[in-house]
Design a protein around this ligand. Sequence first.
Ligand SMILES: NC(=[NH2+])NCCC[C@H](N)C(=O)O
Ligand SMILES: [Mn+2]
Length: 299
Amino acid sequence: MNISILGIPMDLGAGRRGVDMGASALRNAHLAAHLRRLGHTVTDLGDIPVPIPETVDKHLTGGLVFLEQIQHTSQVTTQRVAALGADVFPITLGGDHSISMGTVTGNALRGQPEGVRTGVIWVDAHSDYNTPQSSPSGNIHGMPVAHLTGLGDPVLSNLGGLWQLRAEDIVMIGIRSVDSLERELLREAGIKAYTMKDVDQLGMTRIHAETMERLSAVERIHVSFDADALDPSVAPGVGTPVPGGLTYREGHLLMELLCESGRVTSMDIVEVNPVLDTHNQTAEVMVGMAASLLGQRIL
Ligand SMILES: NC(=[NH2+])NCCC[C@H](N)C(=O)O
Ligand SMILES: [Mn+2]
């Protein structure tokens, strides 16, 4: 496979500093070398420039922190990813989870300016479905999925022109932290979310099978993997940790099964925070997850 790595070192969407170093940490954990060992051709395109929070005024615009900067970065991200073309497998490195407004949109537009029907598997502790009105924090990394489906601030929800992510084409896995108004929005939109209770009860094999069934009509599948989906004992370097997450094996099994399905066409790795990590453990674990998605096998 032809893999392109693109870093988006943005931490304007998160409440704590440090995820801007996530892309570096993942490169330090030998992401490209691991993927090359699996037989892929890997090109690292470097980083998209992102303003540093200290250099810009932190003000709240209509319930959103750093709206202008994140809008601009999301537009650049959309264009850069869309320009990669249809036959490339992009791996986009955060940065906080607000980068996914641009990465998902760009991946849907790749090689086809009007966009193709794209499914999203959102692996996360949080559902990130807040709008500026429902958000308790104003932090945009809690709002990307809502904006991708057309809710929230029009400045962020119109990145794809006429293309928009359909609520029925989203599957969330690993969910265990949802704000109260956010819960209502998820219900209204009818978004399928496998909570940690579902993971415990059904197991990852069944969740994977149901996910593929649900996304059977989409042309492309994007995996957006937030490191905080994993249990904090496995991935401690995250800004918004929530206990009771995916085990190391649950994460790998999901990636292995998705690889076997042969249907995933792009991936994000987000929310790795080296400042809060232990000896780059979280970045190393996430590189392992990407490797499993891209063909790494035990035997
Ligand atoms: N991508 C993340 N880590 N999101 C955390 C969101 C936390 C909280 N629900 C908020 O909206 O502020
Ligand atoms: Mn997230």
